[in-house]
Design a protein around this ligand. Structure first.
Ligand SMILES: [Cu+2]
Length: 267
């Protein structure tokens, strides 16, 4: 059977009617490989089109109006793609845009609705194929939402147990990141990447240096935004705390960072 599979592999699109392939076995493999277009062949939906009944493993499912979400895709959780409504509290970083909650615990197979309360965001996996350190389970494809219109929503189903770090493309540099823990994990099941935080973009120091280096007038710059590394290493996003609390509000992060900088500022 395995040799037959090999032989039919390259002609899959031409002999759909005679295919002996066990679809239910192929799907996890294709998902793992991130082969989005091939997944669509059996259902007759072309690449790039949205299947009305399916949450695509790479592209999810987007709606301009959350009331249009079909009954069978109703979400188990909701995350708001939010913007600050006022200036920060004294000592806190400037959090212009953020995920709220910033930490979320779900079970395998749960659907999360990301609500675009404000415009111009994405929900994107830290995946090496997208250009960053791989901070999602190995089986996870390089998934991302599109930029959904303001007021719309994007759905994603988290099928693999583990820890998922996500960022917003337009606002990554401003520290818009979050963590989703899928399943009940004890510490022995935590992924190794939780320990390699030096690979999370720091942005702050880099841009302070660049702004000074390329300006004749600027001699010192202070980065006022939370960095992705600061947010993802905050104790508010500890996977144990996320599992205990279920949902960690974004407010916990600037409060913690303000308290931390107050402790370390001695001059
Ligand atoms: Cu954003």
């Amino acid at each position: 059977m395995s040799s037959e599979e090999d032989a039919t592999d390259t002609e899959e699109s031409n002999d759909e009617s005679t295919t002996p392939w066990p679809t239910f076995e192929r799907r996890p493999l294709l998902k793992a490989l991130g082969v989005g277009a091939a997944l669509s062949l059996g259902s007759g939906v072309g690449a790039g089109e949205q299947d009305e009944d399916e949450i695509h493993p790479m592209y999810g499912y987007s709606v301009q109006d959350p009331s249009e979400i079909p009954e069978r895709l109703q979400p188990d959780h909701e995350v708001d793609l939010a913007a600050a409504e006022g200036p920060p509290e004294p000592g806190e970083p400037v959090s212009f845009f953020f995920f709220d909650p910033v930490g979320l615990h779900v079970q395998s197979g749960d659907i999360v609705q990301f609500t675009f309360s404000t415009p111009d965001h994405t929900v994107t996996a830290y995946h090496e194929a997208i250009g960053f350190q791989h901070r999602v389970p190995d089986e996870a494809p390089p998934f991302s939402s599109p930029i959904v219109t303001a007021g719309g929503a994007w759905l994603y189903r988290f099928d693999t147990e583990g820890v998922y770090d996500l960022y917003c493309g337009p606002h990554h540099i401003l520290g818009m990141v979050m963590r989703i823990v899928v399943g009940d994990l004890d510490e022995s099941e935590y992924p190794a990447y939780l320990e390699t935080t030096e690979e999370i973009p720091p942005f702050g120091e880099e841009f302070e240096n660049i702004l000074v280096q390329f300006s004749d007038e600027t001699e010192t710059v202070e980065w006022v935004f939370p960095t992705p590394r600061e947010v993802l290493t905050a104790s508010a996003l500890d996977p144990g705390r996320i599992q205990t609390e279920g949902s960690v509000p974004y407010r916990a992060v600037p409060e913690e960072l303000a308290a931390g900088s107050a402790e370390t500022t001695t001059h």
